[in-house]
Design a binder for this molecule. Structure first.
Ligand SMILES: NC(=O)c1ccc[n+]([C@@H]2O[C@H](COP(=O)([O-])OP(=O)(O)OC[C@H]3O[C@@H](n4cnc5c(N)ncnc54)[C@H](OP(=O)(O)O)[C@@H]3O)[C@@H](O)[C@H]2O)c1
Length: 298
């Protein structure tokens, strides 16, 4: 196993894989829009044929959670029909597919960390379409590993860390939701974990237990409010802003799509199967803040 096709070239996770895959001895073959567009299936087939991959990591997705509420067919095409097409191509080629999914497949009402065997119950269009993508990927290819991740942030793109630093530089006081729980996950850490999963697969050959759903988030859960405070503390050494962060309730910050109130996840299955564990979210935050600072200096 050598060449890995990575979809969603301009995105947070694909960008991380551009570094993580070569570090494990893989060649990363990245594809993105407009050359790779789920709404134009012929571009997907052409990209696959050109890459001749040994495995695929599907990072491409409709990730605008609120906008998805207004265009379910569009989100479904990207998040469900896209993975279905990729799974068929992978099955025909006899190669593994890593399908990246989300904690939004859960309703967040369990009251304790979810296990992979818990019944999903998405409460948003995004969550529904991503769950359909999981099923399509699993049903369409017998060599599919679904990774459910959450609260992804990185030095690039639209994410909570960059938003907080930008808004915090403009306002002395911010109001941030304090009653939603989840696992902030640094895209570079998730990319390292995916590269390690592929390295394990290369080493052992495909095993039946690799087919299925796995939680893949940073260790430790927190709230958006506590995460925001940690962001400003971590940015202090680099001259970052230090606004007051007031806790508010979900109902005080209305958005279109409902998020799981408690998206805490059990993490043992990924380690038991692949020997892979992501670092604590605080380490991921330090990594991303340092990378942001480096980027500003160069
Ligand atoms: N961001 C989060 O907080 C979060 C949380 C849980 C799970 N996830 C999942 O993690 C994965 C990676 O997320 P991310 O944060 O890296 O996302 P991201 O930064 O939004 O990147 C997603 C990429 O998908 C591509 N894309 C969007 N619509 C497409 C379409 N119709 N056809 C082809 N490509 C399309 C775009 O690629 P181009 O640059 O090529 O246009 C975009 O850059 C996704 O599966 C997402 O659902 C993310």
């Amino acid at each position: 196993m050598r060449r890995i096709l990575v979809t969603g070239r301009g995105g947070q996770l694909a960008t991380g894989l551009e570094t993580s895959l070569p570090a494990q001895g893989f060649e990363a073959f990245l594809v993105g829009q407009p050359d790779f567009e789920f709404d134009k299936p012929e571009t997907v087939r052409a990209a696959f044929a050109a890459a001749r991959p040994d495995a695929v990591v599907n990072c491409a997705a409709w990730t605008a959670v609120d906008a998805a509420e207004d265009d379910e067919p569009g989100a479904f095409r990207a998040n469900a029909l896209g993975p279905a097409l990729l799974a068929g191509l992978c099955a025909a080629a006899g190669i593994p597919l890593i399908q990246v999914s989300t904690d939004c497949v859960y309703d967040g009402l369990k009251g304790e960390p979810y296990h992979e065997s818990d019944l999903p119950h998405p409460v948003s269009v995004y969550g529904r379409t991503k769950l359909a993508g999981e099923w399509a990927a699993l049903a369409g290819n017998p060599m599919t590993t679904v990774l459910r991740t959450a609260w992804v942030f990185s030095p690039i793109g639209r994410n909570f860390v960059r938003t907080m630093l930008a808004v915090g530089a403009q306002r002395p006081e911010l109001r941030v939701v304090a009653d939603q729980h989840g696992h902030p996950t640094a895209a570079p850490d998730l990319a390292d974990a995916i590269a390690a999963i592929l390295a394990r697969t290369r080493e052992t050959g495909w095993r039946a237990e690799y087919h299925g759903v796995f939680h893949a988030v940073a260790q430790g859960a927190t709230t958006w409010h506590a995460f925001a405070e940690a962001i400003f503390v971590a940015a202090q050494p680099f001259g970052g802003p230090r606004p007051v962060v007031r806790p508010i309730a979900t109902q005080d910050y209305p958005v279109k799509a409902t998020r799981p109130a408690d998206g805490r996840l059990e993490l043992g299955k990924l380690h038991a199967t692949f020997g892979v564990t992501l670092p604590p979210w605080q380490d991921g935050l330090t990594r991303v803040i340092s990378a942001l600072h480096q980027a500003e200096r160069s």
